[in-house]
Design a protein around this ligand. Sequence first.
Ligand code: IMP
Ligand code: MG
Length: 192
Amino acid sequence: MVGVKANLFDDVNDVLIDQERLQERIRELAQQIEEDYSDVENPLLLCVLKGAFIFLADLTRLLEMPHEVDFMAISSYGAGTTSSGAVRIVLDLKEDIAGRHILIIEDIIDSGRTLDYMRRNLLARSPASLRICTLLNKPSRRAVDVPVDYIGFDIPDEFVVGYGLDFDQIYRNFPFIAVLKPQVFAGEPEDE
Ligand code: IMP
Ligand code: MG
């Protein structure tokens, strides 16, 4: 097989958030969301692919209220650990969201550019409400101000992987949030 490493776990430098803390915090978020949406009919949890797919999968199973899930894929140009800031939609919703209550489910907010773009784009479709829930937040990296309603964890300015988040499409399967060993990034192009 091509590109298969002996053991992905060997690339981990540090586990930032373990499985237990993740699950505990996601239970709290689910409870909060359920309280806040108690009077809201059939909200739509809108998962930002690919990074948020595991977060959504855990969150949706903890919610007892009726709700729908749907998916959008956004791509920021550029590979590696920094994005260029240019954003485009690569997979859009089929359904009209006018009058719907939308809760965006995101893996991480870094510069804020992706969610700012997505938020503007969705607001133009006249939803009844639009809120944002992110598992991770890097406040020190924010370049664009985005209103965030639910945050799992604030984390320092470090590139993290696992629980849906990737480095060059790998490591999404880790059941925890981790920082990789520096040598994994060797050969990465310098920041623009
Ligand atoms: P933005 O800078 O807020 O637009 O972040 C955009 C996207 O970059 C996120 O949705 C992630 O897909 C990715 N990203 C940002 N920081 C990290 C990280 O630490 N690990 C993995 N992906 C990241
Ligand atoms: Mg993402």
